[in-house]
Ligand binder design. Structure first.
Ligand code: HEM
Length: 441
């Protein structure tokens, strides 16, 4: 029998005790485990298996890039999400994923994204026109809606009936809530099946797909060309066959773009405003650096990008990700069998003293100069890495830069006594970001 050398960690019973603490406070518990065992540690999973958690940047790079062929996404999230939103980029693996990625990737090339800046800017301007002001503005729901609107408008550059948008938005948030509940309470999965919860969400998914199907049919019947993501999906052709995606595949990918592309962005925008509100000196530097900048200058403005990056360092929306080893593997003296799940703990890495200078302090300038951090591209993973790097990274950075720029030049921000907290669900969701917002004169 092969003997494996897992990283140190918790015994079977230790894991049980730790799990109780993880449920209460995952970030704190995972931080304590790293203190105790080091950057990589293992916990018991199932009767005999073990799972590895790591914030070692070299181990992360090994899994995501150097030996990526040996790793696929684990079924935990992909299956639970996939049964409602289908088999698209985020939820597929292997040859199917690769074929879809090759097909869709060109549509997210920076030059294509530039063609969407106009729609993004218009959406932001419309949104800011009625932006609420006052002593207690709850920022997260607003940022979530803005990010949703940007995805809707860049996907469908037409006015959709408000009822369709409502159904879509409700479905996206309800299905996410359900998947989170399901993942957090695996022992209740059978009950969710039996009680009809799963079936209910599947019916909602079908209703949403029906609405999207109608939009596609109208587009095809109109014969008009739009410069939006829907046209990109409709026009894309597989290299090998020259064929287009089927309608069901297009529906899958549309739903994936909604799920992957709005909550992540909404979270980052919320944290960015929260951090700027409590660091007026940084807000002033940003205002100075971005005064009168054009759209092109805004999306490439180094200080603005640094402000966004610093917020994703402290609060990476994808705070943890997982992979499963397809064959036995070893790294740096550790070895583990096929089937081992490896959790890549970006939140811990982004706040580790070993790699960042004064990691707990908010300092966007670290992204502009060498502030003594280790080589940054090797320790900063907001968009993941390797072949499954976020396909929407250029899209997201441009959208966030355009929004933050418009926002800070039109509104002033101040903190309130409400203390924000980071809630680690599938994404790291901000809660209690309540700010004083005033329109600038
Ligand atoms: C701040 C905003 C965003 C962050 C932090 C983010 C982060 C990520 C991360 C970490 C992954 C890789 C997950 C893994 O390796 O398991 C990912 C994948 C993905 N993201 Fe994003 N994302 C953002 C915005 C967007 C946007 C705006 C879109 C689309 C419009 C998008 C579409 C996708 C898709 C389709 C995937 C799956 C790619 C694949 O597996 O081939 N994301 N994202």
């Amino acid at each position: 029998m092969t003997t494996y050398h897992f990283p140190p960690g918790y015994s079977f019973f230790g894991t049980y005790q730790r799990t109780l603490k993880v449920v209460r406070d995952p970030l704190k518990t995972m931080g304590e485990s790293v203190e105790k065992f080091g950057d990589s540690y293992s916990v018991s999973s199932g009767i005999s298996g073990r799972m590895i958690l790591t914030q070692d940047p070299e181990f992360i790079d090994y899994v995501l890039r150097k030996n990526q062929k040996n790793y696929s996404k684990s079924r935990m999230v992909t299956e639970k999400l996939g049964r409602f939103i289908g088999n698209g980029l985020l939820t597929s693996n292997g040859a199917y994923w690769l074929r879809q990625r090759r097909l869709i990737q060109p549509g997210f090339h920076i030059q294509k994204i530039q063609g969407l800046y106009g729609i993004m800017k218009q959406t932001i301007d419309d949104f800011l026109r009625d932006f609420p002001t006052g002593d207690q503005v709850d920022i997260y729901p607003l940022m979530n809606r803005l990010a949703f609107n940007v995805v809707v408008n860049t996907l469908f550059d037409i006015d959709l009936p408000s009822e369709s948008i409502k159904v879509l938005s409700r479905f996206i948030s309800e299905v996410q809530e359900f998947v989170i509940t399901d993942i957090r309470q695996p022992h209740k999965s059978w009950w969710f099946q039996l009680s009809g919860e799963v079936a209910k969400n599947k019916r909602k998914a079908e209703h949403t797909r029906e609405i999207l199907r109608n939009i596609i049919h109208q587009r095809q019947a109109s014969g008009t060309k739009f410069n939006d993501l829907l046209d990109m999906l409709l026009d894309a052709r597989y290299e090998d066959t020259g064929e287009a995606m089927s309608e069901e595949q297009i529906l899958d990918e549309i739903l994936i773009l909604f799920i992957a592309g709005h909550e992540t962005t909404g979270n980052t925008l919320t944290w960015t405003l929260s951090l700027l509100a409590s660091h007026p000196e940084e807000l002033n530097k940003l205002l100075e650096a971005t005064r009168n900048s054009s759209i092109q200058e805004t999306v490439t403005n180094a200080r603005l990008l640094a402000v966004i990056n610093e917020s994703m360092r402290l609060y990476p929306p994808a705070w943890v990700s997982d992979r499963v080893a397809l064959e036995d593997d070893s790294f740096n003296g550790f070895s583990f069998p096929r089937g081992t799940i490896i959790a890549l703990y970006y939140y811990g890495l982004h706040r580790s003293k070993r790699y960042w200078k004064h990691p707990e302090s908010y300092n966007p300038t670290r992204f502009l100069t060498d502030e003594g951090d280790k080589e940054r591209s090797k320790i900063f993973f907001p968009f993941g890495g390797g072949p499954r790097l976020c396909i929407g990274n250029n899209f997201a950075m441009a959208e966030m830069a355009l929004f933050i720029h418009s926002f800070v030049h039109n509104f002033d921000l101040h903190p309130t006594p409400v203390v924000p907290v980071a809630v680690p669900l599938i994404t790291l969701r901000p809660k209690g970001v309540v700010l004083k917002v005033e329109r600038r004169k």
